[in-house]
Design a protein around this ligand. Structure first.
Ligand SMILES: [Zn+2]
Length: 477
């Protein structure tokens, strides 16, 4: 009972009561990363975590023991319960596990959304173990945990897992939740009406991601070897289903419906997928799992180009919250025998770590009012990329972008909209602070043709080799 109370107050603290640690300057992570050695190979410590499958009790015990042993690096909370009442545990791993670090991104991994695809579930337990045990000895891990808050949900479908069978490479037993719903078809959809009744597991995740602004996310699956990126759905398939009567038309439909459904951030999604695939031991080779299954060039694919689906989690993360989520299919066999788990860890370790570091690429900053107070829920949209995102209650925003010139439009109720130009370089994130003027003031100054009413500063932090970049003032057009 006491434990439950402590946990629920912990959840409240994590979700609502984060103290404002106003960063004097936003820490620059990217340039540090460039100078760091690669993460070390992890030597598994079987005293703490064996390469076997852990049932829900064992998983819970491991997470509790780890959070007790590493209280300064971890925080354990539950985002809710599965249909059958199992806790959906999330472990935060960070040098600031209990508080959001203002100016630093929150990222996440979700495992085992399909109950019979548990390799990801075990990989995430090993990732937790790797992070906590190498924080003091591995510079890369220290940098990552000092600059990122990593939330790990090892199993989103513990009920499905409970009825799955080790050694079963295909099939659907355990894929669904206890009520028979496919959780990766259970989210609101951007293209189609999704009439599936919301499930407890999906509702818990929806609630979770509405409260924490995640910048980057990976969802782990099995049954293929590929990194798949949004969109998973397409506006075309339903229309064409209606004409799928003759075999010739059906063939055409299949070709057409398997056409890519690309987001305006396609370059970024491809890049993120390639980071995972190229750091993986095998994925980027693009070898088909079986002769009857597709081979993926460079080990990546657009979701809809593989097969379209409605109600998937990655499209929801991206469209609703601007969180860049991709789907990581990490084992040809959905539920391979336990003796193969060590090999899977070796194949995925570097990918799992390097992917998270991508949260430090692109633009990040704050939206302020003229008094320097943060503006919450300001809307931002990078020009040409019509999927927007919003500031947090501390006025923070992040967007992963590849090197180039960009314009961002910033809107907030009661303020005059702004358009700001900025540059992204490869070596480090661009820091961009935008000050919005109240709309009344804006109207007055426009009439008087004043040009001095908007303060916009775009600054980049120290460069990769320690040089200080000049603050750059961009025109305010
Ligand atoms: Zn799956």
């Amino acid at each position: 009972m006491i434990l439950r109370k402590t946990l629920s107050s912990l959840v409240l603290m994590l979700l609502y009561g984060c103290h404002l640690h106003m960063a004097k300057t936003v820490m620059n992570g990217g340039d540090l990363e460039a100078a760091l050695p690669e993460p070390r190979a992890y030597i598994p410590d079987s005293q703490n975590l064996d390469f076997v499958y852990h049932d829900h009790e064992e998983l819970t015990r491991f997470l509790r023991a780890t959070s007790a042993r590493y209280p300064n690096l971890t925080a354990l909370y539950s985002i809710g319960k599965s249909t059958q009442g199992r806790d959906l545990w999330v472990m935060v791993v960070s040098s600031s596990p209990y508080e959001h670090m203002v100016g630093k991104p929150d990222v996440k991994y979700v495992g085992n959304i399909h109950g019979n695809e548990p390799v990801g579930r075990e990989m995430l337990l090993h990732l937790i173990q790797y992070f906590v045990s190498s924080y003091t000895t591995d510079q890369y891990v220290k940098w990552l945990l000092d600059n990122t808050r990593i939330h790990i949900l090892p199993t989103m479908n513990p009920d499905g897992y409970a009825v799955s069978k080790e050694g079963t490479c295909d099939g659907g037993q355990g894929r669904y939740n206890a009520r028979g719903f496919d959780l990766n078809r259970n989210f609101p959809d951007y293209f189609k009406q999704n009439n599936k009744r919301g499930q407890p597991e999906t509702d818990a995740v929806k609630d979770w991601i509405s409260k924490i602004q995640f910048v980057l996310s990976g969802s782990l699956h099995g049954g293929a070897l590929v990194a798949s990126y949004p969109y998973d759905n397409t506006p075309n398939s339903r229309l064409l289903k209606g004409i799928c009567r003759s075999s010739a038309l059906c063939a055409m439909f299949q070709t057409y419906s398997a056409a890519p459904s690309l987001t305006p951030d396609d370059d970024v999604f491809k890049h993120l997928s390639l980071v995972y695939a190229r750091n993986h031991a095998k994925m980027s080779r693009g070898v088909a799992c079986k002769s009857a299954t597709p081979a993926f060039e460079n080990g990546i694919t657009n979701g809809a180009a593989w097969y379209p689906l409605t109600g998937g989690m990655q499209d929801y993360n991206y469209v609703w919250y601007g969180c860049m989520e991709i789907t990581l299919e990490i084992s040809c066999c959905k539920y391979p025998p336990a003796y193969e788990l060590k090999k899977y860890w070796e194949d995925n370790q570097l990918s799992l770590i390097k992917f998270l570091a991508e949260a430090h690429r692109g633009v990040q900053g704050f939206v302020f009012d003229p008094a320097g107070m943060p503006i919450e829920r300001a809307s931002l949209k990078v020009k040409g990329r019509d999927v927007g995102f919003q500031t947090t209650k501390y006025g923070e925003f992040w967007r992963i972008l590849l090197p180039g010139y960009y314009k961002v439009e910033v809107f907030a109720e009661g303020y005059a909209p702004r358009e700001v130009e900025f540059v992204i370089v490869e070596q480090h994130p661009t820091l961009l602070n935008v000050t919005l003027q109240p709309s009344k003031y804006f109207a007055a100054t426009v009439t008087s043709k004043s040009t001095s009413s908007h303060t916009i500063s775009s600054t980049t932090p120290r460069g990769p080799r320690g040089q200080v970049n000049d603050n750059v003032q961009f025109p305010t057009n």
